[in-house]
Design a binder for this molecule. Structure first.
Ligand code: F0G
Length: 350
């Protein structure tokens, strides 16, 4: 098995003789069994797919590598994206590594610090607009139509092609598709990509079934659940603060064709899942990455029976990207004099 994602799944990807095979080490991410939470929520088996272990700390790298390879194949020199943060980190990293210019358009006040730091250190041109992610996407799209710069948001079909490889890895590792697959939904590219991957691998005879797709939006940013765009989306999970998803239809198709669900979870439920995932399993995801577990938690508490099911939740991005949110929910310990007695007293070991 090649360690290079584009080589390993070459026959399922839009790769020609002329496509450069490039990599920053994306893919091949861990699928870990969550024994404690599996008991807690009564699942037959529960796994987390740690997409936070990709080179820039989110699933975006799988799609970016294929989109950037395609841009290079066509001789393009610049790429542009709108982003709530993770896409901009991936855009910036792959662009600088493979000699392209990156422009990232981001909403004011909408980015976790770690993600902005990534775009900054990788040398992207960062444009902050006084508007939402959805407006930033309009701007990025217009730039790509007016200038020789390739749009690398998930409306770029090569992004979806790359991201579907995560489904292949899950099936390759489990030997079959799971019964239920839980995923956060923002701009809805990723749920569309995973569904495409599950469908293609099933058609290729690599899996005997396809999972039910369980997508979760944040309650204050839940256009698909409400059936109408949200002008001013609000949620602590900034990555999925999206009011008018570009791949809306793809998400609905994934839900309907898989007999799945697209529902919402509150910020409180997201933060409960965020802490639970960390404390019970040692997994540090960013708030958006806790939405799948929040969804599973909500369904289990409403009496849904997963006891005969194999369930996979995807952890889409690393908790390290958003230290502010982590620290908001903890108190910084008081400084002590540097001696053992004071430390023992503070620990209650006196
Ligand atoms: N989880 C994380 C950590 C994300 O960064 C995103 C999307 C999603 C889930 C939702 O995926 O948009 O394909 O439905 N982040 C985008 C960005 C919007 O700009 O980084 P989706």
């Amino acid at each position: 098995m090649s360690p290079i994602l584009m080589e390993r799944y070459r026959s399922f990807l839009p790769i020609t003789e002329a496509t450069p095979i490039i990599s920053l080490g994306e893919g091949n991410t861990p699928l870990v069994r969550a024994i404690r939470l599996e008991k807690e929520f009564g699942c037959g088996q529960l796994y987390f797919k740690l997409e936070s272990c990709n080179p820039t700390g989110s699933f975006k790298d799988r799609g970016m590598v294929v989109a950037v390879a395609n841009a290079m194949e066509r001789g393009n020199k610049a790429i542009v994206c709108a982003s709530t943060g993770n896409t901009s980190a991936a855009t910036a990293a792959y662009a600088t590594r493979f000699g392209l210019t990156a422009v990232v358009v981001v909403p004011k006040g909408g980015l976790a610090t770690g993600k902005l730091a990534q775009a900054f250190v990788f040398g992207a041109k960062i444009v902050v607009i006084d508007g939402t992610f959805d407006r930033a996407l309009d701007v990025a799209r217009a730039l790509s139509q007016r200038h020789p710069v390739v749009l690398v948001n998930s409306i770029n079909p090569y992004r979806i092609q790359g991201q579907k490889t995560a489904s292949f890895e899950i099936i390759d590792e489990l030997g079959d598709a799971p019964d239920a697959f839980f995923i956060p939904v923002g701009n809805a590219g990723n749920i569309s990509a995973y569904w495409q991957g599950f469908v293609e691998y099933h058609q290729a005879g690599k899996a005997s079934r396809r999972p039910r797709m369980m997508g979760f939006q944040a309650e204050g940013a839940a256009p698909i659940v409400r059936g109408t765009a949200v002008a001013n989306p609000q949620t602590i999970a900034s990555a999925i603060r999206v009011g008018n998803p570009a791949s809306w239809q793809g998400a609905v198709a994934a839900r309907d064709e898989s007999e799945g669900v697209i529902d919402s979870v509150t910020d409180d439920e997201i933060m409960e899942a965020y802490r639970l995932m960390a404390i019970a399993e040692g997994i540090f995801g960013e708030p958006a990455a806790a939405a799948p577990l929040a969804g599973l938690m909500k369904m289990a508490r409403n009496g849904h029976d997963f006891s005969r099911q194999r369930v996979v939740c995807v952890v889409t991005g690393s908790g390290l990207k958003d230290p502010e949110t982590a620290l908001k929910y903890t108190s910084i310990p008081k400084e002590l004099p540097p001696d053992v007695a004071a430390v023992e007293a503070a620990l209650g070991w006196g």
